[in-house]
Design a protein around this ligand. Sequence first.
Ligand code: FES
Ligand SMILES: [Fe+2]
Length: 361
Amino acid sequence: MLAEPVISLEARYYRDPEIFRVEQQGLLARTWQFAGHASQVEKPGDYFSFSIAGESLFCIRGKDNKIRAYYNVCQHRAHELVKGEGNAKLLVCPYHAWTYELTGELRSGPNVNSVPGFDRSKICLSEVALDNFNGFLFVNLDTDAKPMDEWFPKAREELAEWVPDINRLKPVEWVEIPEKCNWKVSVENYSECYHCSLNHPTFATGVIKPETYDIQPQGHVLRHTTECQNLDAMTYPIDLSSNEHAGGYSSWFLWPMFSFQVYPGNVLNTYHWRAIDSDHVVVWRGWYTVGGKPSDVVKNLSIQDRETTVEEDVHLVESVQRGLKSRGYRPGPLVLDPKCGVNSEHSIKALQQWMREAVDG
Ligand code: FES
Ligand SMILES: [Fe+2]
């Protein structure tokens, strides 16, 4: 009996606002989401606010140097506690001046001692799970969330090996790329290289050897591996003897919306997808150097990347989104080569399986 081909995800998953709503409430609130970088909270009391799944949150470094994340809401009558970023010795609510320790405990409030039975020790900010992943802060709104090391086996250790300076890095460039497509179209496009030889001439003939490119699931990581071309033609100098991975290229996509990518020379860069609505996503490309030192090499890489691979992909994903709205589209079979490799879409099969589970349970 002939095996049935695996069919690509139905178009409604990419265009139905109701499915987007389900993802906001479910997927985004149950997975590890990027909040910011540890260098944004270097000193005790440093904080920054951000939002995930429609919730306002903030990260703050305590006097004990531990970084914590909280819902941005006072436990009195729900005023927001902080705005933007800053430094605070105590968290003082702007509404009635209830005051919290950086560990979340209520310290005091005007006239609260006049309340019979008022128990300060029962009141504290709602904390959210946070993991400092090699300097990248991820939070999970799910109180029963499995740790990142279970979701993303080996990724933490592998990244630290591939980027020996990872704990000394700071962001230097943020490139914002709005795309008129569903976030899943953009993530899928990132997660296969079946389109690369036709659409990414610089990528496919520059750094990597396309015939060796492969993308494999590793828990909920999609791990990209490849051999590199002779690096003599690289636009920046690379000391191949400095460490084992100095001449390598690799990438770790962490389901559902973040990716670490390492270029030869141990140059780290990241992708952070932010889903806006069912038809729009913004991709943030982050670039880093040791201590945040300005670097022409990294600056030029970020410009070249924006003008080539990124630009090429924007046109692809926006065309796909228009196509997904066509009455004439019937989802086609994925090209699953049992040998995997660059011209196989086995990574899309894994990804679409996670996408279905996120919506249908
Ligand atoms: S709402 Fe914060 S002190 Fe009243
Ligand atoms: Fe691409």
